[in-house]
Design a protein around this ligand. Sequence first.
Ligand code: SF4
Ligand code: SF4
Length: 168
Amino acid sequence: MDQFFNLHSPPEKLRRQNQRVAAVEASPQIHPCQRCGACCGYFRVEFDAWEADPRQNENSVPAELAERAGEGKLCMIGTNVKSRPKCIALGGRIGERVMCTIYQNRSTPCRDFHPSFEEGKHNARCDEARRRYGLKPLRPADYPTRDFPTPAEIPAAPHAEVPASQGP
Ligand code: SF4
Ligand code: SF4
């Protein structure tokens, strides 16, 4: 599933994303992903090893939360399993209230995974993960309409990437 990886995400992109994160965190309303987390418990989250190197990435993924996944690759612990994957960094209960405990330091595939209709586009893989936990697909109406950042300020969804072909 290499087409889902951004292998050369520049630091500037990460800085912009973190600015968007701050905008969302300042919002009094809850993003739908914060009541879901299904993709963090469904997909394998694999990324380039440089993302966990603080010399190359100022928002590096904590290396102790990742494991080797091949030459030059790492994946989040807990996601590289065939049965019931769940990212070690996910806090809370899926489908109720969740948080990524390394949100500012999550990897590129997590940042690049967008929940359905966050920016107007349907994401069938978001639906797929939610279905696994008995959650209905998101609709445009599920997004807060007041006191919420504009689409340009909304970050990549706080969740995963890489469908677990080996998923449940
Ligand atoms: S991206 Fe989709 S599956 Fe992932 S937490 Fe958000 S709503 Fe849930
Ligand atoms: S966003 Fe990524 S790092 Fe954070 S809990 Fe989900 S899969 Fe793990």
